[in-house]
Design a protein around this ligand. Structure first.
Ligand code: NAD
Length: 497
């Protein structure tokens, strides 16, 4: 199969997008953006100064009064134009994601599609934003509820879905009449720059949408800024908790989506043929760098033959996964996004061995990489059996291609194991039994629940949920929750004399 052409051919010197202009940062601190498959530098990203962050917020604040007065239909028309441009640039956007992140081209295309769906759903804003009313709440008096935008919102993005995750929020914020500042992950900021180029072309008024590059310092400035009304954050729980605390202190609305440790429970009556491919995509898709990735595989029952043969089948299939540069269309798994990420995962593999788990497939060894790529960020699928919930590999987020296989006597024990873990992002059950599925869905402490589904990714018209240490806030990104998050409820009681 073909190795696709790279869209980024020279080192891009990234600029901020402020008030409808591309502005060069004055910062002396510039980081390299590295393609993890080739180890080539593809971009230079500035850690913006305080003045630059303030300029982005000021532009958004000044654009707000006119944007909120723009009719919902006119705002939707801008989103329609953006959606058309995203479709036109679909393949380029996807290849950029592969170049800056390492994921396979099919995974990038899936990410682009999901991002576009957010824009599509937000174009329905005239109906989505409607309030409600009742006449004659008392004689001759009517009451109604309207939803109004608040002002400037910002998004702090993670590296793992550099194109899609900011789109869980920005289309809904813009559609409801708010203005927006995005801070991409400095590890993978280029697809947000490409997106902003299309936002510009779509004709959004200057200042309505802004991009400011940087890391923790830029986040602090945004969180302290009095004109930021709300923050959406996606990343690790440790940083997220701090963001949530600062939002509470400064009275900002917040959606904070954190880390995960997802359990996939396989009952003895599961359809094995359909379950194994679903598990492999869940654990090893996006090289395990997905908040919805499987982390712990719990096999239920006391049948040793079933347990061992199931693991043999999973190991056999996982060991055949084709690894390499994601722009090679035959590749099924790309590299880890960074050397740091790879080192973190290999540290977990070592801890699993030390704590007594049995390594059935070692992704550190004998990885065959197709094409001409340095090994630097590559790691193969790794499978441990005999993992217990007290081991680090059984309890903490690894965020890499590692499957920890556990056993539970019965469904009750499996549910207890899942619920004892502090995270609650996306747990799944594989079973043919409606009763077991109902019991799991009812009792499991997880914001997203899968029944015979390995990756529980909610569609754009449903909220992206999460609970416990995976989520902080009340309303979620996407769907109706996002409309409510980005609007203030106003109640009007009216009487005519
Ligand atoms: P991260 O927490 O390192 O970074 C997230 C963002 O916060 C980045 O923009 C980064 O620049 C900024 N940041 C980093 N350190 C900071 C600090 N000390 N103070 C303020 N800001 C800081 O996360 P990441 O490594 O980019 O992303 C991976 C994590 O995101 C994983 O834990 C994954 O589970 C999680 N994630 C969760 C979801 C979800 O929906 N729950 C979705 C995607 C990713």
């Amino acid at each position: 199969m073909a190795v696709l052409e790279e869209p980024i051919k020279e080192v891009l010197k990234l600029k901020n997008y402020i008030d409808g202009e591309w502005v060069k940062s004055e910062s002396a601190q510039i980081l390299d953006v590295i393609n993890p498959a080739t180890q080539k530098t593809i971009g230079k990203v500035p850690m913006s100064t305080r003045d630059e962050v303030n300029a982005a917020v000021k532009a958004a604040q000044e654009a707000f009064p006119d944007w909120r007065r723009t009719t919902p239909l006119a705002r939707a028309r801008c989103l329609f134009r953006l959606k058309e441009l995203l479709e036109e640039h679909f393949e380029e956007l996807s290849r950029v994601q592969t170049q800056e992140h390492g994921k396979t081209i099919d995974e990038s295309r899936g990410e682009t599609r999901r991002g576009i769906e957010m824009v599509e759903v937000a174009t329905g804003i005239p109906s989505l934003m409607m309030g409600y009313n009742l006449e004659d709440i008392a004689s001759g008096i009517d009451e109604y509820v309207i939803y109004q935008p608040l002002g400037v919102f910002c998004h702090i993005a993670p590296f793992n879905f550099p194109f899609m995750v900011p789109l869980w929020f920005s289309p809904f914020a813009l559609a409801t009449g708010n203005t927006f500042v995005v801070k991409p992950s400095p590890r993978a900021p280029i697809s947000q720059v490409k997106l902003a180029e299309l936002v510009d072309e779509a004709g959004f008024p200057p200042g309505v949408y802004n991009v400011v590059h940087g890391g923790a310092d830029v986040v602090s400035i945004l969180l302290e800024h009095p004109d930021i009304k709300g923050v959406t954050f996606v990343g690790t729980t440790k940083v997220g908790k701090d963001v949530y605390k600062k939002c509470a202190e400064t009275g900002k609305r917040a959606i904070v989506q954190g880390a995960a440790k997802n359990f996939l429970v396989v009952m003895p009556d599961a359809n094995i043929e359909a379950t194994i491919p679903a598990l492999l995509t869940s654990f090893f898709g996006n090289t395990g760098q997905r908040c919805l990735s499987g982390a712990n595989l719990v096999i239920v029952g006391d049948d040793d033959r079933f347990y061992n043969s199931f693991i043999d089948a999973v190991v056999d299939t996982a060991s055949k996964i084709i690894i390499g540069n994601g722009l090679d269309e035959s590749v099924q798994m790309g590299p880890m996004q960074s050397i740091d990420g790879k080192e973190r995962v290999t540290g977990y593999i070592e801890s699993g061995i030390q704590q007594g788990a049995k390594l059935r497939l070692d992704g550190r060894e004998n990885i065959k990489i197709v094409g001409d790529c340095p090994q630097t960020c590559f790691l193969g699928p790794t499978i441990f059996k005999g993992v217990t919930p007290d081991m680090k590999i059984g309890s903490e987020e690894i965020f890499g291609p590692v499957m920890s296989v556990m056993r539970a006597k019965n469904l009750d024990e499996a549910i207890e194991m899942c619920n004892a873990n502090p995270f609650g992002n996306a747990h799944s059950i594989f079973t043919a039994s409606g009763k077991a599925a109902r019991e799991f869905q009812y009792r499991i402490e997880s914001g997203n629940v899968g029944i015979n589904i390995g990756i529980v990714a909610p569609m754009a018209f449903f909220p992206f949920s999460g609970t416990k240490d995976s989520f902080f806030g009340v309303l979620h990104g996407q769907g109706r929750d996002a409309i409510r998050f980005f609007t203030e409820t106003k109640v009007v009681i009216q009487r005519w004399f």
